[in-house]
Every structure is written in structure tokens, then in C-alpha cells.
Design a protein around this ligand. Structure first.
Ligand code: HEM
Ligand code: HEM
Length: 193
């Protein structure tokens, strides 16, 4: 099912969720390791890769938000009001952060007057009018601080998902995962119709 239903996230919403989550993990790993590289041609290539994947994340998050807004989310699973409020707030903040982290990277790159080519193929415009040292320092700080806030929130988010699954034994995690076809051995062997 492509669209969300009353009880499950559709496959489009699921694909957005898991692809973006995976890319953010990759981005965090590249971002942190590339800072350790010496001034080599590899560093330039890895920086370019980080920026291209980051811009891809930004585009995917915008598409994901559009998809999210044109249809209804599944009905909320039954839980105490404070948990529902915490889930809503944390999901909202996650959306803000997955937009703000790549955006601040783009802003930093623009204020540093560094070139920006999406996978070497598409020229991406600058967000500033040339070099801006104050904005550059601010955007870099924002990029790093917001990244670590995102990491903290994702840790809580994952812990909550696992808690729902293993402790509460509810459908919160399952409905964000592809539905497993119930294979009935007897039916496959023709014992049952
Ligand atoms: C999901 C998206 C992104 C994540 C999770 C991410 C994460 C990171 C991390 C963890 C660092 C290392 C920070 C440090 O330890 O100092 C970093 C650095 C950097 N990021 Fe990103 N980033 C993302 C998107 C982008 C985008 C879209 C751009 C530019 C278009 C960008 C440009 C940079 C640059 C230029 C640096 C190096 C900063 C320096 O020279 O000190 N990032 N990023
Ligand atoms: C960088 C990593 C991740 C980010 C940025 C992220 C972000 C989000 C966001 C924004 C939502 C709200 C969806 C909406 O209302 O449209 C969501 C839902 C969800 N996430 Fe994640 N997520 C990440 C990783 C994970 C992981 C690793 C798990 C599981 C272990 C997970 C489990 C879930 C579940 C179960 C939901 C659905 C909650 C519900 O139905 O109310 N997420 N995620």
C-alpha cells in the first residue's frame, strides 16, 4: 500500500523514513571522519560527497514533508496523554533538525564562498552574497550543535521505538516496517484451501 492507512504507514512514508535515517547515519560518519583527514585530494572529494549527500537529504526531507501533509497519518496508538504529547513534540523536533542540519551546512558553505556541485553534475546556488565571516562562523556552529542535538534526539527516538516494541508490545514499530506476509505452510502445501 503506497498511502498511509488508518493503522499503518504506507510504503512511501516508510521508504522516506528509512532512507533518510540511513543517509543521516552515513552523513554523521562521513562528517566526523572527514574532519580528521589531512590536506589531501581525498579530503576535497570526501567533503564534496558529504555536501552532495547532505543536499540529497534536504531534498528528500522536503518531499517527505509534502507527502506527509497531503494525507492523514495513521491513527495514534493508544497511550497515556503525556506519551502522545512527547511523541508529537519529538517528531516535530526531528523534522526541524533534519531540515536545519543540512540547511546550516549549505549556509556555511555559501558564507565560506566554497563551490557547490551536486555530485559534480548540478551547480547549486549560494545562499549568501559572497564571503561572510560572521555568518560563516554562526552557520558552522549551528551545523555542529544541531547535529549533536539530532543525535541525542535520535537516541531517545530509537529507545522509545524499541520500548514500544519489546516492553509495551504494541504496533508502533511494526507499522513503520513493511508488512510481513503471513505464510501459511499448510495453505502452501495445499492442505488448507
Ligand atoms: C543530513 C545532513 C548532514 C549531516 C548529518 C551533517 C553532519 C556533519 C558533521 C557531523 C560534521 C562534522 C562537524 C565537526 O565535527 O566539526 C559536518 C561538517 C561539515 N558539513 Fe555537514 N552534515 C550534513 C549536511 C551538510 C550539507 C548539506 C553541507 C553543505 C552543502 C555540509 C557541509 C559541511 C561542511 C563544509 C563541513 C566541514 C566544516 C568545517 O570545515 O569545519 N553538511 N557535517
Ligand atoms: C536518523 C534517524 C531517524 C530519524 C531522523 C527519524 C525521524 C522520524 C520522524 C520525523 C518520525 C515521525 C513521522 C511522522 O509523523 O511523519 C518518525 C517516526 C517513527 N520512527 Fe523514526 N527516525 C529515525 C530513526 C528511527 C529508527 C532507527 C527507528 C527504530 C528503531 C525509528 C522508529 C520510528 C517509528 C516506529 C516511527 C513511527 C511512530 C508512530 O507511528 O507514531 N526511527 N521517525
Amino acid at each position: 500500500m503506497l498511502r498511509n492507512t488508518d493503522t499503518r504507514w504506507g510504503s512511501v512514508a516508510q521508504a522516506f523514513h528509512w532512507v533518510i535515517a540511513a543517509l543521516i547515519v552515513v552523513q554523521g560518519a562521513i562528517g566526523l571522519t572527514m574532519m580528521e583527514l589531512g590536506m589531501t585530494p581525498t579530503k576535497v572529494k570526501v567533503f564534496a560527497l558529504h555536501k552532495s549527500i547532505g543536499l540529497t537529504v534536504l531534498a528528500l526531507v522536503l518531499l517527505r514533508l509534502a507527502w506527509r501533509l497531503v494525507q492523514r497519518a495513521p491513527r495514534e496508538v493508544r497511550m497515556p496523554a503525556w506519551q502522545r504529547a512527547a511523541a508529537r513534540l519529538s517528531h516535530f523536533l526531528l523534522y526541524v533538525l533534519i531540515l536545519a542540519v543540512p540547511f546550516s551546512g549549505w549556509l556555511f558553505n555559501s558564507a565560506a564562498n566554497a563551490p557547490l556541485e551536486w555530485f559534480g553534475a548540478v551547480h547549486v546556488p549560494s545562499l549568501t552574497r559572497g564571503f561572510d565571516p560572521v555568518l560563516k562562523a554562526f552557520a558552522l556552529r549551528a551545523h555542529v550543535v544541531l547535529f549533536w542535538i539530532l543525535v541525542a534526539l535520535v537516541v531517545i527516538h530509537v529507545a522509545a521505538a524499541l520500548w514500544h516494541h519489546y516492553r509495551q508490545r504494541d504496533d508502533v514499530l511494526l507499522r513503520m516496517l513493511p508488512a510481513r506476509r503471513k505464510r501459511n505452510l499448510f495453505r502452501r502445501q495445499g492442505v488448507l484451501p
